[in-house]
Design a protein around this ligand. Structure first.
Ligand code: ZN
Length: 302
């Protein structure tokens, strides 16, 4: 039986707080608009205090946070939101505030790492030990597990900002990233599509050349990740991927670019089961936060 835990999906516009044990057992849930850190985190803490009175003790709380953040437990600024452009939220001790107020162990990670964790635990990533989750939306972020553990290292992966070939003849659009211009995010995030084609990406018809170009950029990135990290499965989420024909174009292009060099049936003949859509939908943030909290309890690091 999984332990009763709390989860916070902390986004730039809303927080979702929940208490439960898993996908079939979310006991209660609260949505809060993200305002100031004091007000928003205070509201979340009061929710968990009242839940604890109602349901009994929680074993841990997991937080899936917008970033950039410091998720490295040995770091002096572990648990902080660090250099975010969101006003008032820079250099905030998020996990520490929650942990001290509730006297409870807190797991803290990026929203994409948590998305990878939850797909691995209950969704499209079950049964493997090496997994990448990439979200393609307002920005592009990536996270995942290597040998069953979330990737951290120096800080955390920033898979959206890798450099990929950009043929300026075919695509003169200079790129959207304020740091790098035409990095992966700069070329392939939702706002880049909107700017390049001068219309909202969701209104581009399925046969528009935008989608082949998008698939090409995403496939170039995936080929880099496949060659460097050797993932056993890749989950593609985010608003841009809701265009249902896109994932098939990406699969075809990945096979074409690898040119049978990576000799795995996952890529050569079962690519439909290798590059997949997420399975958990809207609930993945809070469920991922549950999974993070339960991982903390299971590892006895609290
Ligand atoms: Zn960039």
């Amino acid at each position: 039986m999984s332990p009763l835990v709390g989860g916070i999906e902390a986004g730039g516009t809303k927080f979702v707080c929940a208490v439960g044990t898993g996908p079939n057992d979310i006991r209660d849930q609260l949505r809060i608009a993200t305002t100031t850190p004091r007000e928003t985190i205070g509201h979340a803490i009061r929710f968990f205090q009242s839940q604890r009175e109602k349901l009994g003790p929680l074993s841990a709380i997991g937080i899936a946070s917008f970033g950039p953040i410091d998720p490295v437990r040995r770091s002096p600024t572990f648990g902080y939101i660090t250099s975010t452009p969101k006003p008032g939220w820079g250099n905030i001790d998020f996990a520490g505030s929650v942990g001290r107020a509730l006297d409870i162990p807190v797991g803290f990670d990026t929203d994409v790492n948590v998305a990878a964790l939850v797909e691995w635990r209950w969704g499209a990533g079950q049964g493997v030990e090496n997994l990448i989750y990439l979200t393609i939306g307002t920005g592009i972020g990536g996270g995942g597990l290597v040998n069953g553990r979330l990737m951290h290292g120096l800080i955390h992966p920033e898979m959206g900002h890798i450099r990929i070939p950009h043929d300026l003849q075919a695509d003169p659009y200079p790129g959207h990233c304020p740091y790098h211009g035409d990095c992966l995010e700069g070329l392939a995030c939702g706002p880049a599509m909107n700017e390049r084609w001068q219309q909202a990406s969701e209104s581009l018809p399925p046969d528009h050349p935008a989608w082949a170009l998008e698939a090409n950029y995403l496939a170039l990135a995936l080929v880099n990740f496949i060659c460097t990290l050797s993932p056993e499965r890749i989950v593609l989420g985010g608003g841009v991927m809701s265009q249902t024909q896109l994932i098939g174009l990406v699969r075809d292009k990945v096979q074409q670019l690898l040119n049978e060099y990576v000799q795995s049936p996952a890529i050569l003949s079962r690519v439909d089961e290798y590059i997949v859509s997420p399975a958990l939908g809207d609930r993945s943030g809070v469920l991922g936060a549950f999974a993070l909290a339960q991982q903390l309890v299971a590892r006895g690091t609290c």
